[in-house]
Design a protein around this ligand. Sequence first.
Ligand code: LLP
Length: 426
Amino acid sequence: MNHFELLDGPGGAELACEDVPLARIAEAVGTPVYVYSSATLERHYTVLRDALVGAGLKDPLIAFAVKASSNVAVLRTLARLGAGADVVSEGEVRRALAAGVPPERIVFSGVGKTEAEIAFALEAGVAEINVEAEPELHLVNRVAQRLGRRAAVAIRVNPDVEAGGHAKISTGKSENKFGVSFSEAERLYANAANMAGVRPVGVACHIGSQITDLAPMEQAFGKMRGLVERIRAEGLTIERLDLGGGLGVPYFNQPIPPSPDDYAAMIGRVMQGLDVQFAFEPGRMIAANAGVLVARVIHVHERPEGRRFLVIDAAMNDLLRPAMYDAYHDIRPLRPRTGEPVAYDVVGPICETGDTFTRDRLLPPLEAGDLVAFMSAGAYGAAMSSEYNSRLLVPEVLVKGAEFAVVRPRPTYADMLDRERPAPWL
Ligand code: LLP
């Protein structure tokens, strides 16, 4: 469920975020612009937490995957409900801290953490570093000793199962770069227990993203349970089992993912009687349907042979998912329009054929100046945006009830140019 609904106004029905018509935000801030609903963010977090607690998991750590939506205001909205943060860079650690996420609720994942990043995270006091490879374990050990600390680590396992909506976002097969095998994990865990700079506290996995089938998760989680039991059988202590993120969301026209209740019930079943703290790293299921990208039609370009291009002022630099993963985003005019639907190729102004959001999409007839919203764009939308083609970085707005705030303003062209320096010889 989300809070983007039609609202009756003086000029007829129009699409709103909570109690704010999206057109009002477009007028005030300009387009393209991302708009997030606080109520949807809060609802998704709460639904997941209640489902997990209801399935018998006590005090789960729900570490929101900052990469999905890294705006500090979004993070703060979740942190206020008790969310932690799953981070993959020093920048994300800094964002989580700036949002008020307590360090003891921050989990540091990622395949290639640098020495400087590890040092920063340890000084900040993060809850756990998810170690993805043997050399990284040694690096964490060295850095922690240099700082006079003992780093809490979890070993990230690659459970070698097939999952995830698209090859580019599947992470749990052994040919992917993430994590170590089960036997490696057991060995590294035992080694870690003897290292002066680290303290092994858990094991972690994350098998992919936009997963719409519980079977691969169930398979991976069953194996993770087995690993915890084997580690304990060796007489080692283990406190935390991090099951990652990955639960899909109902993108319009796509396979319907399991509900948070079904996901939690499956975990409750697989983990029954296992006494550990569970951690989760959900990104998409919390943020995707809590955000839209609003854009304006620049013009309609009709080819004599019939192809119709809807040229809008958002482009692949603002929303990369269609170009990168052939992702489908529902497109809705902000004002419902009547008339026979027309097939459009919806494209942005960037000089690449890949800057095509969709082809032959049936939409009501639209014209220059009309506003449209890309739905389900709150995860991996603004977070993946860039200035490609020297387009200004897309702004972000957070709505709460009848209020809205610009939480990342659109930079000016002066801001863009001021970041650069002439070379002395030029
Ligand atoms: N934990 C780890 C270690 C991850 O690598 C990821 C996502 C997550 C958690 C969060 O997964 P989620 O719950 O959001 O599925 N840019 C792509 C998605 C890339 C996901 C990368 N890792 C997209 O737009 O579909």
